[in-house]
Design a protein around this ligand. Sequence first.
Ligand code: NAP
Length: 310
Amino acid sequence: MKQLVIKAFGDADQLELADVPAVALEPGQVRVRMHFAGVNPIDAKTRAGLGWGAEAVKDRLPWSPGFELMGSVAEAAPGVTAFQPGDRVFGMVAGGGYSQQLVVAADSLLPVPAGVSDEMAAGLPLAGATAWQGLTDHGGLKAGERVLISAAAGGVGHLAVQLAKSLGAVVVALTSRANHDFLRQLGADEILDYRDPAAMAALAPVDLLFDLVGGTSGESLLSHVKPDGRVITVPTITAPQVIAAAEARGLRAAGMLRRTDNVQLASLIAMVADGRLKVDISRVFELAEGPAAHRQIETGHTRGKVLLRG
Ligand SMILES: NC(=O)c1ccc[n+]([C@@H]2O[C@H](COP(=O)([O-])OP(=O)(O)OC[C@H]3O[C@@H](n4cnc5c(N)ncnc54)[C@H](OP(=O)(O)O)[C@@H]3O)[C@@H](O)[C@H]2O)c1
């Protein structure tokens, strides 16, 4: 069984395809043959040795990235009744998604509804959870409020635009000019090029800033938040910097760490199934092309989601 691993932190070329022995199933587990695995910035940051992700895995290298996958059940442990071999499943995993096969607890997975593509199911869990939890649990977004979403065309952002619209918010989306049509089709109300100072200066204040870029970009957007507004800054490494700058302006600000919630994920995939939520897949790489997939995500200019094919 092939798995992409790193033996040391470093650049994208640290990712290598290793032969890994298949492990036996324990009670309650299933073996999933991966069809597609999502590639997220956290995978590349952890591979590079940055942030909480690297701190968590530094003592257990080699490590295989990948926190979300979609595949088919190859084998179920005796007593597992939720899934049969051949069933299409998806969900969040604790790393190792970049593997041809992965053994996981059956109750950590959800079925892929008929009519939902393998690719959309693979790209939904991590970005979908982050978008939903950021806007609702952390951001408290209400119908009629104005929300400013930076990196609106990216993995989290393009889902956040659609989810904020579904909540009845007025969505102001920031992206480069090349992605304006893309965001218009997803329902954004106002679309601004963040590199256009005149457009940014004309932006009316917002109730909630959903900052998906962080750092100096996040700081530069604080002047567009109403005096009683809120800020949720999502990139964890720069969160303290953005929160401190927001609080210095008297704004309520917080960071976040997405959590796994399969009740929430079931609601999100139901939205995909009935056409209310679209997961845009801009690039698919073969598993052996892991380094190229990481270089793509590290451009910081990916539209929608990037996947690896098993
Ligand atoms: N805390 C958590 O639990 C959590 C969970 C998920 C993600 N994250 C973090 O959240 C961030 C976003 O994740 P993601 O998966 O959405 O990333 P992504 O898909 O790589 O985001 C790419 C997007 O960023 C846009 N962008 C780049 N610079 C920008 C700027 N200065 N202003 C506005 N947009 C800009 C690009 O748009 P253009 O090409 O149009 O420039 C591109 O569409 C990452 O830092 C990630 O690590 C944190």
